[in-house]
Design a protein around this ligand. Structure first.
Ligand SMILES: C[S@@+](CC[C@H](N)C(=O)[O-])C[C@H]1O[C@@H](n2cnc3c(N)ncnc32)[C@H](O)[C@@H]1O
Length: 204
């Protein structure tokens, strides 16, 4: 059987995400908008965003929600099931988006965008490639663009999802390239017992 380990995965030991969809082993899915998304929307944090990249989009509802807010959406995932699901969702809604089967560590946009929305994509990647991924997000954004980051907190070793301690995140998204919020991060609890800390980082 051909897997992402054969084709797309940039490192040995990467989980076969397509297999997880095939086996319906997708406990990360909430089946509704992430409370952090709702919080940010209500707080006006999405205002002025005309274009957004959603890496590792899975089958999540946030790409469509961004499109409904009027943003031009680019949704990326290397699992074919995720891509097909997003395409179906957009087709049913009669809305357009760029939905691509792609490796977030290699893909490049034609032009920079106003926002990146990372909902548990970083924690799906092995920490060894986090610096490359953080570089990608920086590269994708316009200066002044916003990275909506949901940093997974598991408190455990191993993954995915990989625990994303704030100290490590501050090192990855360093002050020279990013402005961090001076308010507390938004805590987004999940029924599976894990939680994420949501931060809006401004690309310098
Ligand atoms: C934990 S799931 C989160 C999915 C979605 N964001 C959500 O909230 O439901 C991680 C997703 O990232 C995708 N993914 C992991 N590594 C990737 C990579 N290198 N390039 C593209 N997609 C990747 C997986 O296929 C999976 O759909």
């Amino acid at each position: 059987m051909s897997t992402q380990n054969d084709t797309n995965a940039p490192f040995q030991g990467a989980p076969d995400w397509q297999q997880r969809y095939d086996e319906n082993s997708t406990r990360w899915e909430r089946g509704e908008l992430n409370p952090a998304f709702v919080h940010w929307q209500e707080a006006g944090a999405f205002e002025g965003i005309k274009s957004v990249i959603i890496p590792g989009c899975g089958r999540s509802p946030e790409p469509l929600a961004f499109a409904r807010l009027g943003a031009q959406v680019t949704a990326l995932d290397f699992a074919p099931t995720a891509v097909t699901a997003q395409k179906d969702t957009f087709q049913k809604a009669g809305l357009n988006a760029r939905i691509e089967e792609a490796d977030v560590l290699a893909w490049q946009p034609q032009k920079q965008v106003d926002a990146v929305y990372d909902q548990t994509c970083l924690c799906a990647l092995t920490p060894a490639v986090w610096p490359d991924y953080a570089d990608q997000i920086h590269r994708w954004l316009n200066p002044g663009g916003r990275a909506f980051m949901l940093f997974m907190q598991t408190g455990k070793e191993g993954g995915p999802p990989f625990h994303s301690p704030l100290e490590t995140m501050h090192g990855l998204f360093d002050d020279a390239r990013w402005q961090w919020p001076d308010t507390p991060l938004y805590r987004s609890d999940h029924a599976n017992g894990k939680y994420e800390l949501g931060a809006v980082l401004i690309r310098r």
